[in-house]
Design a protein around this ligand. Structure first.
Ligand code: SAM
Length: 247
């Protein structure tokens, strides 16, 4: 794991800000590299881990990652330099910098465009005809309990998600669903930033109010309990979508 930033809430223990296992990442990169992209765009890239892995697998390609979080882009830049990819990738803060590409990634970041429909429609114009989009979105794989549904909001079933994409003209070419193990690693990796703070100090209170350890413990407890309630109900799908040539 390349790390460039440390501390609570910085995703320090995650390779992806998404429930993507190493084996799923390898498989997605292998499949997408086969399409031989020359320009790759990652919208809502975070630190751009999937983008960097694709660039490593596609030596002829250049990449552009866009995210409005400057700290995450700095982590991406540091990782790119560490892997000698910095001459083939650039990062931007603003979605208006997006230009059509041969392969577009939008992973857990549909809200850059609005809702699911907005994202699938906007991304159509960013994928060149005949090329690919890797799109991830959440779905209910089991009916959620009422508190979980109220917290997460309405989501499609997997079948509804795939058919929504198809109804917009996309050809569903590949589907991978996050495994339970990937979810556990992702959620406990997310919690690890807080747990590091808890483990390093006492959970007591000082005169100025709750200590950092107490605040971290409270945040971690709340997140972990919410995750355990939604575990198995919330799914994440990674859809390879094609925009047909001539469309
Ligand atoms: C769940 S994370 C996924 C990050 C990355 N795609 C990954 O899979 O590791 C969603 C990302 O979208 C970014 N984001 C949210 N709204 C945005 C916007 N309006 N413009 C640019 N980036 C945005 C966030 O900063 C965050 O990094």
């Amino acid at each position: 794991m390349d790390k460039a930033i440390t501390g609570a809430g910085t995703y320090d223990w995650l390779n992806f800000n998404n429930p993507i296992s190493e084996s799923t990442a390898d498989e997605l990169v292998r499949r997408l590299a086969w399409s031989d992209p020359v320009e790759i765009l990652d919208v809502g890239c975070g630190w751009g881990e999937m983008l960097l892995r694709l660039l490593a697998a596609c030596p002829q390609a250049t990449g552009h990652g866009i995210d409005h979080d400057r700290a995450l882009l700095e982590r991406g830049e540091a990782n790119a330099a560490h892997r000698s990819l910095n001459d083939r990738v650039r990062f931007s803060l603003d979605i208006t910098a997006a230009e059509p590409a041969d392969l577009v990634l939008n992973l857990g970041a549909e809200h850059v465009f609005g809702d699911l429909d907005d994202a699938l429609e906007a991304l159509w114009h960013l994928v060149r005809p005949g090329r690919l989009l890797l799109f991830s979105y959440q779905f209910w794989q089991q009916p959620p309990d009422p508190a979980t549904e109220a917290m997460i909001g309405p989501l499609p079933t997997l079948a509804e998600l795939v058919e929504t994409a198809a109804s917009k003209g996309w050809r569903p070419l590949g589907l991978t669903v996050a495994s339970p193990e990937a979810w556990d690693q992702f959620e406990f990796g997310f919690l690890a930033d807080w747990e590091q703070v808890v483990m390093a100090g006492s959970g007591g209170r000082d005169e100025a109010g709750p200590s950092a350890a107490t605040e971290a413990k409270d945040a971690a407890d709340e997140w972990r309990q919410a995750f355990m309630a939604r575990r198995g109900a919330l799914g994440a799908a990674f859809l390879t979508l094609g925009r047909p040539a001539g469309s």
